[in-house]
Design a protein around this ligand. Sequence first.
Ligand SMILES: *Cc1c(COP(=O)(O)O)cnc(C)c1O
Length: 395
Amino acid sequence: MLSRKLASSMASQEQGDTYAWFSQRAWVEIDLEALSHNVRQLKQFLSPRTQLMAVVKADAYGHGAVTVAQTALQSGASWLGVATVPEGIQLREGGIKAPILILGAAHTPEQIQAIAQWQLQPTIGSPKQALIFSNTLENIQFGSSLPVHIKLDTGMSRLGTNWQQAGEFVQLVDRLPNLHIASVYSHLATADSPDPSIMTEQHRRFEEAIAQIKSLGIKIPSLHLANSAATLTNPQLHYDMVRVGLAVYGLYPAPHLQNSIDLKPVLQVQARVTHIKTIAAGTGVSYGHQFIAPQEMRLAVVGIGYADGVPRNLSNKMQVLIRGQRVPQIGAITMDQLMVDASSVPDIQEGEIVTLLGEQGQEKISADDWAEKLNTISWEILCGFKHRLPRVGVM
Ligand SMILES: *Cc1c(COP(=O)(O)O)cnc(C)c1O
């Protein structure tokens, strides 16, 4: 692993010899081998007739959309899912040729034109949206038929037409010029819950909608319903394709799904010790002096903060890994830096690597640990790393 290589080259440098290593005060490591492993595991878990869509919205949950998309496609995924038109364009500009479904809403003539131009595939969630698409494509003299994906609301109460109107909705879209229906899909609200009752009801509604559509004699090439949690829960939910985000990145949507397949976390967050000092008992640390040293301690400043994706609400609650040991973070986390109590590593060096998320030796800190402390979900933790830090691929 790169981190270890960097760590050992660091260790061989005399302190004060050079500050070249400060050029990377913090970075995100993306383990593409782990990503490929996760995609292969998922693909093996599916029946051969079920396609795998890698959901790469929000810059691949903070992992880097183009690189993730390329690796996922090489490892068994055949579709990509994004939230917005610009996210789809970014993939096309990165050279990605695979079909791309836009999971979010697009309405404006500019968006529709971009969809047509970049060969993206939109979600159509209402009759009104379908008409806007058809008319706009007419106006720009599109000249062929755009594949669209019909979204039904079976209980998420987000995008989509109510499942009870599935028949008339699909019929309307089916009759419009310039469009053809590539799939019908819905999204589950509670697939990560150990209690399957709401998911079962959504599944029943989806089946009812499909029956309605079939009774009108309309053939739908593809049906899909499952996110990561549903994919790992029940093969009956797989249909023709599954839309997997979180599991591709190596995290489990819920603790009760941890025995389903073997997943490896893809993202690690590393930073460097940028300064070390000894502080006396009674010394206040960071903004607001929320932490007062109870005794003399060895304080290390680490070059990462909340603008990089470390939530400020973890102040005084999180730990980091230094030389395979857990070390407590102290004082308010600031925008670009945070402090740790490194008293347990008395000979700690400036430039030394600190792991915020990831593994060192026997110790491991995961996005799930942070999510639990913050009463949120791992999805949000991962997305926090999409802005500022450079990404380094690790093979
Ligand atoms: C984000 C998203 C997914 C992926 O969800 P995960 O829980 O991360 O697998 C699937 N489908 C839709 C419609 C989504 O918005």
